[in-house]
Write a new protein. Structure first.
Length: 239
């Protein structure tokens, strides 16, 4: 696999985002690859994929924080897909299959605020279906700020709360149920995030929290007990 990736890179089918080269110079971490221009051209010819006319080489010139965030989201989604494969009776629903796109919208909560989940997926089990908005938190955003015009984790919670109270999840996407999953890289940060959730007037039950250390310690994604807004209370996604 490594030799194949190297050849695809040297022939222009894949790219290596430069931001990781000095970070991984010790060789202790795997190298992340992105799609190159020749790779995108090949996929467009061989597969009916909706690629636009983009400079993929330039698109891979991303910052280190962006790359780390993208890898975190990917790791979580891989864990979810593997758990669904190993859990009879649970089906993973992806937006590409249901054509529920794009997943970005605006809410009016005194100020106009955009909502863009890091990823959206659904689970169907026991005849029920629920959709989930994933928020991968690397601790780069303040939890609270004095002004809602500035970005903060609390403002993000308010935007999801407003989505629920105004029934936008039903009218825009046709969801009967949805929840917001927050995975943070810092267990020390999680109490502050839960405290911010407790400040909400409505919809506090929408939100579930965990950290990457707890997630990685579980034998499977569905073994994980997520923290709710209530102190000491946990729940599973399949409860």
């Amino acid at each position: 696999m490594l030799r194949r990736l190297q050849r695809l890179y040297h022939h222009g089918y894949l790219e290596r985002p430069r931001c990781q080269i000095d970070y991984y110079q010790s060789g202790s971490r795997r190298m992340a690859y992105g799609l190159g221009n020749k790779g995108a051209a090949w996929l467009k010819c061989e597969r009916p994929l909706p690629f636009q006319q983009l400079d993929w080489k330039r698109k891979n010139h991303v910052g280190r924080l962006f790359l780390e965030h993208a890898l975190l989201v990917s790791d979580i989604m891989v864990a979810i897909e593997l758990a669904c494969r190993n859990q009879p009776g649970v089906q993973l629903l992806l937006p590409e299959e249901s054509r529920l796109r794009p997943f970005q919208w605006s809410v009016n909560m005194g100020i106009q605020c955009g909502v863009v989940p890091d990823r959206v997926f659904g689970l169907e089990f026991n005849g029920k279906r629920c959709w989930y908005c994933l928020e991968a938190d690397r601790g780069t955003m303040p939890i609270t700020r004095g002004d809602l015009s500035q970005t903060s984790f609390y403002r993000k919670l308010l935007a999801y709360e407003t989505t629920w109270t105004q029934n936008l999840h039903r009218t825009r996407f046709g969801w009967q149920r949805f929840r917001v999953l927050t995975v943070t890289t810092s267990s020390e940060r999680m109490p502050g995030m839960i405290a911010a959730c407790q400040r909400l007037k409505h919809g506090r039950g929408l939100f579930l929290f965990t950290d990457t250390g707890t997630l990685q310690a579980q034998p499977g994604f569905f073994s994980l007990h997520w923290k709710t807004f209530r102190d000491g209370e946990t729940t599973s996604l399949l409860d």
